[in-house]
Design a binder for this molecule. Structure first.
Ligand code: MRU
Length: 330
């Protein structure tokens, strides 16, 4: 399995190759690959690697090995539901096979289909979202929900790319997205690469930019959208939504159906807490006093009353979100 090392961007575009599910689990944990749809497909590929490498001769033995890889991969990051969706989808394929060989073939075929499907879905979602964008709009985002966060094209940046393909002049306001800087490093990299107009801002500048009429619309990604319409996304999203409400700016989440979690309501989701080093150090250099306690939630939760609509590959989902999410997923 070959992919871009996102920790090295934007300074170096390097590719890494993985051969085992353990290596893929490490890559997800350390954010070599990140973004909900990307980790969903990467984890599924981790299962495919386990299947292809297996020396099991009996189907139950192979299934046991896949289950243990699934447990390992599911333990890497708790918030993005796509991770669990991707793993369960390929393991189910193996379970419905009649032989070891059949299971190996089914798993590898499924993971390839998932990768192709992701790009197709993003293009459809992009088109649906682009209908909201007017010529000349400035779109505020958060984190990176681009090609890097998916298999290709992106969700939020898919909306931007589709609007640009329709000939609209679009500008993207890119908050740096501390502490891991997915905005400054990754979204900025994609937009500069594609020559799409963009401006980098400090996370703390969002409210001021809105107050100055310099934001027309906010479009953010999602790691999980629960059946009651709460949007879990990168830390900082909730405050963007509150500020958008204050300034009368439409606020959207762009997410494929694989990001919806019909099994849970918002109070049943684990928000990932990441290590203190992300805050007390900047790129390895200590900036905070030793001994300072640190809270580092990696995601937050935006309630449905702050969301104008959710952009999906099947069109826009609006209030009442609970009913309309159930319809979207049926
Ligand atoms: O911690 P990350 O970088 O994996 O967080 C990613 C996000 O919050 C994205 O907005 C989300 O996964 C959607 S990506 C299409």
């Amino acid at each position: 399995m070959r992919m871009i090392d996102q920790t090295a961007l934007p300074l170096k575009l390097t590719y890494v190759t993985y051969r085992t599910p353990e290596q893929v689990a490490d890559a997800i944990r350390t954010m070599v690959v990140r973004g909900a749809p990307a980790i969903g497909v990467a984890a599924a590929m981790g299962i495919a690697l386990a299947a292809v490498r297996s020396r099991a001769r009996r189907l139950p033995d192979l299934l046991k090995e896949l289950d243990s890889s699934a447990t390992l991969l599911k333990g890497t990051r708790p918030t993005a539901v796509n991770l669990f969706w991707g793993i369960d989808r390929v393991v189910a394929k193996a379970r419905s096979a009649a032989s070891v060989r059949g299971a190996k073939e089914a798993v590898t075929a499924e993971v390839r289909a998932m990768a192709d499907e992701d790009v197709r879905v993003n293009r459809e979602l992009g088109k649906a979202g682009a209908s909201l964008i007017r010529d000349g709009d400035t779109i505020l985002t958060q984190c990176n929900a681009g090609a890097l966060a998916t298999v290709g094209y992106g969700t939020v940046l898919g909306v931007v790319r589709a609007a640009v393909e329709q000939g609209k002049l679009v500008k993207v306001l890119v908050p740096e997205t501390r502490p891991a800087l997915q905005g400054a490093r990754l979204t900025a990299f994609e937009l500069v690469h594609d020559r799409i107009a963009c401006t980098l801002i400090a996370d703390t500048a969002v409210g001021y930019m809105m107050s100055q009429g310099r934001v027309d619309r906010a479009v953010v990604g999602a790691d999980r959208i629960t059946r009651d319409g709460y949007v879990f996304n990168k830390i900082g999203t909730y405050q963007e939504a509150v500020l958008a409400k204050r300034h009368g700016i439409p606020f959207h989440s762009a997410a494929p159906r694989s990001t919806f979690d019909l099994a849970r309501t918002h109070d049943q989701v684990t928000i990932e807490e990441r290590g203190a080093e992300e805050l007390v150090e900047i790129r390895g250099k200590r900036i905070a006093p030793r001994g300072i306690p640190v809270a580092n939630p990696a995601f937050d939760m935006t309630p449905p009353e702050l969301v104008t609509s959710i952009i999906t590959e099947r069109g826009l989902v609006e209030t009442p979100f609970d009913e309309n999410i159930a319809r979207l997923m049926s």
